[in-house]
Design a protein around this ligand. Sequence first.
Ligand code: EPU
Length: 430
Amino acid sequence: MEKFVINGGQPLRGEVTVSGAKNAALAIIPAAILSHDVCRIENVPTSISDVSFMIKTLKHIGAGVRLIDRSTIEIDSRFVNSYVISHDMTKYLRASYYFIGALLGRFHRARVAMPGGCYLGPRPIDQHIKGFEALGAKVTIEDNAIVEATANELIGNPIYLDVVSVGATVNIMLAAARAQGMTVIENAAKEPHIVDLANFLNSMGADIRGAGTDVIKIKGVENLHGCTYSIIPDQIEAGTFMVAAAATRGDVLIKNIIPKHLESISSKLIECGAEIEEFDEEIRVSMNRRPGKCNIKTMPHPGFPTDMQPQMAVLLALAEGTSIVSESIWSNRFRYTEQLLRMGASITVDGQLAVIHGVEALRGAPVRADDLRAGAAMIIAGLAASGKTEIEDILYIDRGYENVVEKFGNLGGDIRRVYCVEPFSKDSAG
Ligand code: EPU
């Protein structure tokens, strides 16, 4: 078992370079199997465990995957020979369900175990299934455990999503890229990684328009070819460093970013009193006083991202005044607030609302990473707090943040990864 040990209280200062976007990579890697060719993908966060799982899954179905350098992979999809993905491959990873769309697109058949991933409340896949069915697939779910989708032919059709879903939008794009005729996704998700997936598929010869708006038109093509493509920078990793800079009252230049993707985060930080300077591919965040309060409501893009909600709550826990955070995407995304209470925060949660009464300081404590972004919030809290914070269950953080110790360490954060013996649990007794 590993944990992070943080000695907090130092402002973060210096420069940090953001990795490629996890959620774009998790859509683009399975998309590569829609070609019978070789795709070279750059700016891939290869050392996060979610990406390792995706690569492992690709190999399992017969793809060749070569690591060219730390952030470039080559996927050879010529010999992909299986449409079956077992529970072993999917249990840790939500995005494993993108193989349903990709395999359906390639083989007109997919048999994929239900996905795992962070628990943020119920995560239904009804909109994915609705999309596959609209394209002519027959979808069954066996024992609530395996999704089987088959189609004689995939035929483009209009699909209206009842909820704005990143996952359903991605999965339908994957299945529709090689369908016959035109698929129109209405009420589509508009996140930067949706646009990135469309750009990747178009570089492979697909014909997709409108990504980034709520109507995406996909004119199916017969074949896709290999390409070289570079993934966009990670909006949420960048946002995490922005909030960490502000919460520790530091001054950080964050490199390899797209400022447009960070607008909702920048504007909230400015509201809290941070200074922000934008450059072409960099953003500088500094804060030299106690943050002010602000209210936040998470929304699909371009609204404030739910994946930044826990990190931002740490800043608000230290703010002067009372802030209200309203979570509108996930029904169970406030579990981390219990950990912040241990550090001296004053937060009350009522359903989808958290009322945060800012305190002057947080103090270090033993805490847990309940999920990926909750874990990022614990790191920020630990760095901003006085004294020692120990974070357990950091495997969640390793799912989505590359070289996190090195990156925060280079900014002057005192954070170490330590190995510890697992405590003797009741389960292992007699
Ligand atoms: N929903 C349905 N039916 C569906 C699909 C979704 O009701 O068929 C609901 C969900 O329950 C949720 C809402 O729609 O209330 C939005 O879910 P969405 O499908 O957009 O989420 P997702 O695709 O499962 C992705 C990210 C999450 C991020 C959400 C929202 C990936 C791999 N995951 O999840 O990222 O929170 O979009 O932006 O792209 C993370 O990176 O830490 C993370 C959890």
